[in-house]
Design a protein around this ligand. Structure first.
Ligand code: S3P
Length: 179
């Protein structure tokens, strides 16, 4: 990791259903950091759920809202940022997050992800006739981007609490005293 980086925040990236928001909330609570979920900020600002943004304005508009929000985050300190699953696919978003945050990717297999997201109706990208296949193909396409995270944490066979502990451990290791 470059010594010029000034890591003030934690950014959690990863596919839908890997627990970014639950883990992020717990980490923020334990570190006494602010918690920010990019999907929540975007829906609050738009005044409508993500499914409506996708249906009425299109995915491109949603991605633009993500990009603008990421730019606003560069001045944040002591914040745990949970990101939407598609946000790190834009290299500019990833570069921006890395400029101030330790970027940690939460990982799970398509089958485990499917167990988590099935029955939840708020993810427009999975509104398909064969959603498990969609999870598989989308995860495969995104894997090279997720792998650019500073740290990859496998969430399988780990509780939310254990994943949160791992995230906190990695963040402490990335602080100047440990480098
Ligand atoms: C998306 C993931 C969702 C949300 C939107 C698009 C994606 O966030 O941003 O539905 O492209 O993977 P979560 O990862 O929090 O479900």
């Amino acid at each position: 990791m470059s010594s010029t980086r000034h890591i003030q925040n934690i950014a959690l990236i990863g596919f839908m259903g890997t627990g970014k928001s639950s883990v992020g909330r717990l980490v923020a609570d334990q570190l006494h950091f602010t918690f920010l979920d990019t999907d929540d900020v975007i829906t609050a600002r738009a005044g409508k759920p993500i499914t409506d943004i996708f249906a009425q304005e299109g995915e491109a508009v949603f991605r633009e809202r993500e990009r603008r929000l990421v730019e606003e985050l560069t001045h944040r300190t002591r914040t745990v940022i949970s990101t939407g699953g598609g946000l790190p696919i834009d290299p500019a978003n990833m570069a921006s997050l890395k400029s101030h945050a330790l970027v940690i990717c939460l990982w799970a297999s398509p089958e485990v992800i499917w167990q988590h997201v099935r029955g939840q109706g708020h993810r427009p990208l999975l509104a398909e006739s064969d959603p498990l296949e969609k999870v598989r193909s989308l995860l495969a396409a995104r894997e090279p981007f997720y792998r650019q995270a500073d740290v990859l944490v496998n969430t399988e066979m780990r509780s939310i609490r254990e994943v949160a502990q791992q995230v906190i451990h990695q963040f402490r290791l990335a602080q100047p005293a440990h480098r």
